[in-house]
Design a protein around this ligand. Structure first.
Ligand SMILES: N#Cc1c(-c2ccc3ccn(Cc4ccc(CN5CCOCC5)cc4)c3c2)n[nH]c1N
Length: 246
C-alpha cells in the first residue's frame, strides 16, 4: 500500500517510523510519503490560510497549495474513478471513522490523507479533488481537535494493522473489539494470583470449548454494559441463539 500525507506539520508523523508501522515500511508492506503543504506555496511567508468569505471565526486554508499538491501527487488523472486513490480528509463534519471503514481502506492500493488546520480547508479543494480521487470526509468522533494530523495517525494505525503480514498472528484480528461487532472479553496473564485476585479458573482449565463459551458470554456482558448501542445494531449472526439461552 502507498500512503501520502499532506500537512503543514510533517514532524507530527515521526511516529510512522516506529513500531509495527515502521516495520511495515522497512519490510515493504507499506510505502509512506509525508509532504509539507508549504512546498506548494510561492510567497515569502509560505502562506496557506486566509480569512473566511462571509465572516466567521478563525482562518480557512487557501485552495491553491492543495490543488498544486494534488497535481504533483496525481500528475495523470485516472481514467476510472473506481480505481483512483482514496483521499481521506479528516474533519469534525465527516462520516464517523469505524473498524469497517478501516477494513475498506485497507483493501485500497493508494491512500492520500489531507490534514487540515485552522477552521478547515476551502470547500473547492474537495470538489476539485473529487474529479480525480474518491474523496471521504471522515471524523474520529464528536469532539474537536486542532487539526487533522492526530486523526490521520489514528486512522493510519487502524488501517495498517489490517494489512496482511503486519500483525504476526492474524487470529487476534478476528477476536478483538469491534471485529465481530462485540467488545472483546477480559484478558489475563501470569501470575495466576496477583494481590489476592485469581485468574478465572476456566481460563486455566485447558478446555478450549469452555474457554470459548466463557469468553463469548463475557464479551456479550461487557458489550451490554459498555456499549448497548453495539448490541442493538449487531448483525443477527453476531448474536447466536445459544448466547441468549445459556
Ligand atoms: N477527524 C477529525 C476531527 C477534527 C478535526 C479534523 C480536521 C481539522 C482541521 C481543522 N480542524 C480544527 C477545527 C476546529 C473547529 C471546527 C468547527 N468550526 C469550523 C468553522 O465554523 C465554526 C465551527 C472545525 C475545524 C480540524 C479538526 N476534530 N474532531 C475530529 N473528530
Amino acid at each position: 500500500m502507498r500512503v501520502d500525507v499532506l500537512t503543514i506539520f510533517p514532524d507530527y508523523f515521526a511516529p510512522l517510523s516506529l513500531s509495527l508501522i515502521g516495520k511495515a515500511r522497512t519490510t515493504g508492506l507499506l510505502d509512506v510519503g509525508v509532504h509539507d503543504l508549504r512546498e506548494w506555496t510561492h510567497d515569502v511567508h509560505r502562506t496557506v490560510d486566509d480569512t473566511p468569505y462571509g465572516g466567521g471565526p478563525g482562518m480557512v486554508m487557501r485552495p491553491e497549495p492543495w490543488g498544486a499538491a494534488f497535481d504533483t501527487l496525481l500528475p495523470v488523472p485516472p481514467e476510472d474513478l473506481d480505481v483512483a486513490p482514496v483521499l481521506i480528509v479528516p474533519t469534525p463534519a465527516g462520516e464517523r471513522f469505524s473498524q469497517a471503514l478501516a477494513a475498506d481502506l485497507a483493501a485500497e492500493q493508494r491512500l492520500i490523507f489531507a490534514c487540515g488546520r485552522y477552521e478547515g480547508i476551502d470547500q473547492r479543494v474537495l470538489e476539485d479533488a473529487a474529479t480525480r480521487m474518491r474523496v471521504r470526509e471522515v471524523s474520529l468522533g464528536d469532539y474537536v481537535l486542532f487539526g487533522g494530523e492526530v486523526a490521520v495517525l489514528v486512522m493510519l494505525e487502524a488501517v495498517v494493522r489490517l494489512l496482511p503480514g503486519v500483525i504476526g498472528n492474524a487470529d487476534s484480528l478476528t477476536e478483538e473489539s469491534h471485529a465481530n461487532g462485540l467488545l472483546e472479553a477480559p484478558l489475563y496473564t501470569k501470575p495466576a494470583v496477583w494481590r489476592g485476585r485469581e485468574v478465572p479458573e476456566v481460563l486455566r482449565s485447558g478446555d478450549h470449548g469452555k474457554i470459548a463459551k466463557w469468553r463469548r458470554a463475557q464479551s456479550l456482558l461487557r458489550t451490554a454494559a459498555q456499549r448497548p448501542d453495539m448490541l442493538a445494531s449487531a448483525a443477527p449472526e453476531t448474536l447466536d441463539k445459544h448466547d441468549v439461552a445459556t
